[in-house]
Write a protein that binds this ligand. Structure first.
Ligand code: SAH
Ligand code: SF4
Length: 455
C-alpha cells in the first residue's frame, strides 16, 4: 500500500550488484503469483551462502561489533566510530568509514557488508511530497519503500509552526507476501522471502540519506510496505531495536507503527513484550465470510480472535490500536458493514482509518466513491467508534503496495488476470451472501502459518 498518514536525489547510492535489465514480459519470466519471480537467477544459493558468511553492519545484534573489534585487537571506541558512520553518515561503502584507518576499513569490508540494498528506481508523486523507491536486494529480489513528507503548517508562538514537519517512511518486511489479499499488488506477487534485519533497516538509512541532503530527517517509520511483519517477527523486532537504539538511529518507539493482517500469536507475543510501538490491524471487513476473501489469513484466525488479541494488547499496553479499512465499492462499504464494524469495536481503545482502495490491475474492484466513504464514516462514528478518512498518497507513483515491483515483473498475462478477476468476483459474491470460504489457505501461507503456530 501506500500508507496514508501514520504519523530527489539518491545521494551516493552504493552499488552491491548491477541493476537488472529492463522488465521482460511476465510471460518470459514466470507465471502470475509464481514466487520464482522473487528469486534471483541461479545465484540464489550462492548469494544465500554469502549472506550467511558476511553479516551486514547495520543489522548486527547488540555487542557483536564490540566482540569482533576485540578479536581484531582494536580499541573499543572504534565501535562508536563505525556506528556513527553507519547511522549518522549513512555509509554505503567501506570508503565511507572515513574516521577509520585504511587497514581497518579493509578488514571491515572483508568481514561485513556495509549496505544490503540498491536504489533501483525512485518515483515522485504528489508534487514531490511522496517518493516511492524500488530497492534491489543482493539475490535479485525487489522491495519497496515510500517516503511521505508532511510539511510544517500553522502558526504558533515565537514563529514556531503549530505542526512540525514530519517525514514518514513506509518500509517492507518481506519480499512479496504469502497472505494474498486480493486487492493488494504484493499479495498478487506471492511470497519471495523474509527480509534480513539489515535489509529492513537499510531502507531507513537510504531514505535518511536522501533527506539529509535538505537538512531533514525521518520522524516516523511504519511497517506498511510489502510483506506481513508478524510472519517475520524476529527480524522485525531486531529492526525496531536497532531503529530505536539511541546509539544507532535513535527513533522513539512511539514513532514506529507495525501493521498486521491478523497473525494472532504474533500480536500476543507483542503484548507480552510491552509497548514497543503502535499496533495497526488491517481489518477490511468485520464479518468473517467477507474477511475470509479479503484477508485470506482470516480462515485461520477469524476476525473475532484478531480483535480480541488486539483489544488485550491495547488494555495491556495502554496504546490505542489503529484499524485499517480499505474501502472497496459495493464489497465492504455497505451500511451493514459499517454497523458490523461499529459493533465489533465499540468500547475498545481503537481508531479506524478508512482508505479508499488504490486500483490494482488484477482486481475488478474500484474504490468506494467519496460520498459513500463519508456516509460509512458518519455511521461508524455515530455508533461510538473513532474514525478518520485518509487521503491516498502517491496515486501517480504506483500507489498500491507492491505495484512498482509488480510493474517491473512485466505485463500480467491477460488470461491469468481474467481468471483471477473471475475468482475474486465469485468469492466476493459468496461472501456477500454470508457464506464462509471453504477454500484452504494458499500453500505458502499454510506453510508460514504452520511455522508460527504457538510462537
Ligand atoms: N501486511 C501488512 C502490512 C503491509 S500492507 C498488513 O496487511 O497490515 C499495509 C496496508 O496497505 C494494509 O492495511 C493493506 O490493506 C493496505 N493496502 C494494500 N493494498 C491496498 C490497495 N490496493 N489500496 C489501499 N490500501 C491497500
Ligand atoms: Fe500481504 Fe498486507 Fe498485502 Fe495482505 S495487504 S497481501 S497482508 S502485504
Amino acid at each position: 500500500m501506500i500508507p496514508t498518514d501514520a504519523t530527489g536525489e539518491t545521494a551516493g547510492a552504493p552499488s552491491v550488484t548491477p541493476a537488472p535489465k529492463p522488465a521482460q514480459s511476465r510471460a518470459a519470466r514466470s507465471q502470475p503469483g509464481d514466487p520464482a519471480r522473487f528469486r534471483g537467477p541461479a545465484r540464489r544459493a550462492d548469494t544465500t551462502r554469502r549472506l550467511l558468511a558476511r553479516p551486514a553492519l547495520s543489522g548486527l545484534p547488540d555487542g557483536a561489533l564490540e566482540k569482533w573489534l576485540a578479536a581484531e585487537g582494536q580499541p573499543a571506541y572504534r565501535a562508536r566510530q563505525i556506528r556513527d558512520a553507519v547511522w549518522r553518515q549513512y555509509a554505503g561503502t567501506a570508503e565511507d568509514l572515513r574516521t577509520l584507518p585504511a587497514p581497518l576499513r579493509t578488514s571491515i569490508d572483508e568481514a561485513f557488508r556495509i549496505d544490503t540494498i540498491v536504489e533501483d528506481e525512485v518515483k515522485v508523486a504528489d508534487g514531490g511530497l511522496t517518493e516511492k523507491t524500488l530497492h534491489l536486494l543482493e539475490d535479485g529480489s525487489l522491495i519497496e519503500s515510500v517516503l511521505m513528507h508532511y510539511p510544517a503548517r500553522g502558526f504558533a508562538a515565537a514563529g514556531r509552526p503549530a505542526h512540525r514537519e514530519r517525514n514518514t517512511l513506509c518500509i517492507s518486511s518481506q519480499a512479496g507476501c504469502a497472505v494474498g489479499c486480493p486487492f493488494c499488488a504484493t499479495g498478487e506477487l506471492g511470497f519471495g522471502r523474509d527480509l534480513e534485519t539489515a535489509e529492513i533497516v537499510d531502507q531507513v538509512r537510504h531514505a535518511a540519506r536522501r533527506l539529509a541532503v535538505n537538512g531533514s530527517h525521518i520522524t516516523n517509520v511504519v511497517f506498511m510496505g510489502m510483506g506481513e511483519p508478524l510472519l517475520n517477527l524476529d527480524r522485525v523486532l531486531d529492526a525496531v531495536a536497532v531503529l530505536s537504539d539511541p546509539r544507532q538511529f535513535g527513533l522513539g518507539a512511539r514513532h514506529v507503527v507495525v501493521s498486521t493482517s491478523g497473525v494472532v500469536p504474533g500480536i500476543r507475543r507483542l503484548t507480552k513484550l510491552g509497548p514497543q510501538f503502535t499496533l495497526a490491524v488491517s481489518l477490511h471487513a468485520a464479518r468473517d465470510p467477507l474477511r475470509d476473501v479479503l484477508v485470506p489469513l482470516n480462515r485461520r484466525w477469524p476476525v473475532g480472535e484478531v480483535v480480541a488479541a488486539a483489544r488485550d494488547h491495547a488494555v495491556a499496553t495502554g496504546r490505542r490500536v489503529s484499524y485499517e479499512y480499505v474501502m472497496i465499492s459495493g464489497v465492504n462499504d455497505t451500511d451493514l458493514d459499517a454497523d458490523a464494524l461499529a459493533m465489533l469495536l465499540r468500547g475498545d481503545l481503537a481508531h479506524v482509518n478508512l482508505i479508499p482502495m488504490n486500483p490494482v490491475a488484477h482486481t475488478p474492484w474500484q474504490a468506494s466513491p467519496p460520498d459513500r466513504v463519508a456516509q460509512f464514516a458518519a455511521r461508524v462514528r455515530h455508533r461510538g467508534v473513532g474514525v478518520t478518512v485518509r487521503a491516498n498518497r502517491g496515486q501517480d507513483a504506483g500507489a498500491a503496495c507492491g505495484q512498482l515491483a509488480a510493474d517491473r515483473a512485466g505485463e500480467p498475462l491477460a488470461p491469468a488476470v481474467a481468471r483471477r478477476r473471475e475468482a475474486i468476483v465469485r468469492q466476493g459474491e459468496t461472501a456477500l451472501r454470508g457464506s464462509r470460504s471453504t477454500d484452504s489457505l494458499p500453500p505458502d501461507l499454510a506453510a508460514a502459518v504452520r511455522d508460527r503456530e504457538g510462537s
